[in-house]
Design a protein around this ligand. Structure first.
Ligand code: SF4
Ligand code: SF4
Ligand code: FES
Length: 271
């Protein structure tokens, strides 16, 4: 049977939807300085900020520097500040933003390389400071056994995509350059928690976390949790339990005697 055209169908319904125009204010510059530059970019329904940045790059600003990779919220590369809030550009729907110009700036906590790309070496330097998984002596690979509850507990922390949005928003790093050498930040507090809560990890990380990685400087504002695109409850499930574990160890009289004995004997602290 041949389908008949509908007589009542308006001709305009077949036409391509006309794109809207969104005003963008994009920070352009490098480590020597820069400024917000205004653009007007066509945008379609359902698009995200990364789509219009790509269109801007293709049509008006070919040299715009942006870091991105998956366009699916999985690689953590497209972190930037959108209307002043740390977000993944590939997950920021235009429809979630108020009408009016969209301001796009690089992560403020890290040094700018160019335009929207920052140098996030700070984070990789801290990654090297976290002692790696230490299985018990004499337990060969293949013999590791864990209860499902223990797997589930650390699974939340393993969802981290290393986007550094939590590191960017944490005021201890963002507003205090002098804290950077002594404060690892929320991403590494969850890494410690992941390892510390692992039933087969034999290292004690609490001294290091408190004395070298700056856990005590965190004042539990929860800003890191609010911006985490992986939905990790950084403060409630990692930082607060690690503070409690660390305080238990610190004020445990037996632990204090043991630590002072280790110091007297010239032995390294546990963890
Ligand atoms: S809760 Fe702690 S780690 Fe998270 S943003 Fe606040 S001060 Fe930083
Ligand atoms: S904890 Fe969340 S916000 Fe922080 S780096 Fe990982 S995914 Fe990003
Ligand atoms: S491009 Fe991979 S998270 Fe946005």
């Amino acid at each position: 049977m041949t389908s008949q055209p509908r007589a009542d169908k308006p001709a305009a319904a077949d036409a391509e939807p006309v794109p809207l125009t969104r005003a963008l204010r994009v920070w352009r510059g490098d480590k020597a300085g820069g400024a917000l530059t205004d653009y007007a970019v066509p945008a379609h329904e359902g698009e995200v900020v990364l789509d219009v940045l790509h269109r801007l790059q293709a049509t008006q600003a070919n040299d715009l520097a942006i870091r991105w990779n998956c366009k699916a919220g999985k690689c953590g590369s497209c972190s930037m500040e959108i209307n002043g809030r740390p977000r993944l550009a590939c997950m920021a729907r235009l429809s979630s933003l108020p009408d009016g110009p969209i301001t796009v700036t690089p992560l403020r906590t890290f040094p700018v390389i160019r335009d929207l790309v920052t140098n996030v070496t700070f984070n990789y330097d801290w990654a090297l400071q976290v002692r790696s998984f230490a299985p018990p002596d004499g337990l060969p690979p293949g013999q590791y056994r864990m209860a499902q509850a223990d797997v589930d507990r650390s699974q939340e922390f393993r969802k981290c995509i290393e986007c550094w949005l939590c590191q960017d928003v944490c005021h201890v790093i963002r507003d205090h350059d002098d804290a950077k050498p002594v404060y690892a930040g929320p991403r590494y507090f969850i890494r410690h928690a992941e390892l510390d809560m692992h039933p087969l990890d034999a290292a004690d990380r609490r001294d290091a976390l408190r004395e070298r990685h700056g856990l005590g400087l965190c004042n539990i504002t929860k800003c890191c949790t609010e911006v985490c695109p992986a939905g990790i409850k950084i403060t409630d499930n990692a930082i607060i339990p690690m503070k409690e574990r660390s305080a238990d160890q610190r004020y445990d009289p037996l632990g204090r005697v043991l630590r002072s004995w280790r110091r007297r004997e010239g032995r390294p602290p546990a963890g």
